[in-house]
Design a protein around this ligand. Structure first.
Ligand SMILES: [Zn+2]
Length: 87
């Protein structure tokens, strides 16, 4: 299946590169092993149990909840989606 200019397998190589790039950026968005001992928002200790369960955690639970709420609030119209689920 030669296409005139690229060696066989070049397209497959390109796909593999794309997958590797996607994996790399996905990993970059996930918390990694560089968690903090103290919450970066309020400075409280992050409980050991939380750091064990979520390596890479950078906030205490209450600050994380506040961040999560903020994210949900800013991206989803909760009232609207609830209405549409009831119909
Ligand atoms: Zn905190």
């Amino acid at each position: 299946m030669a296409n005139g200019w690229a060696p066989d397998g070049a397209v497959q190589d390109q796909i593999e590169d794309s997958i590797q790039d996607a994996l790399k950026s996905a990993r970059a968005r996930m918390p990694t092993g560089d968690g903090l001992e103290d919450c970066e928002d309020c400075g409280d200790d992050i409980p050991q149990a939380r750091r064990t369960a979520l390596p890479g955690a950078r906030t205490c639970v209450s600050c994380q909840v506040r961040r999560d709420k903020h994210t949900v609030h800013s991206t989803i119209n909760r009232r609207g989606s609830k209405d549409s689920q009831l119909r």
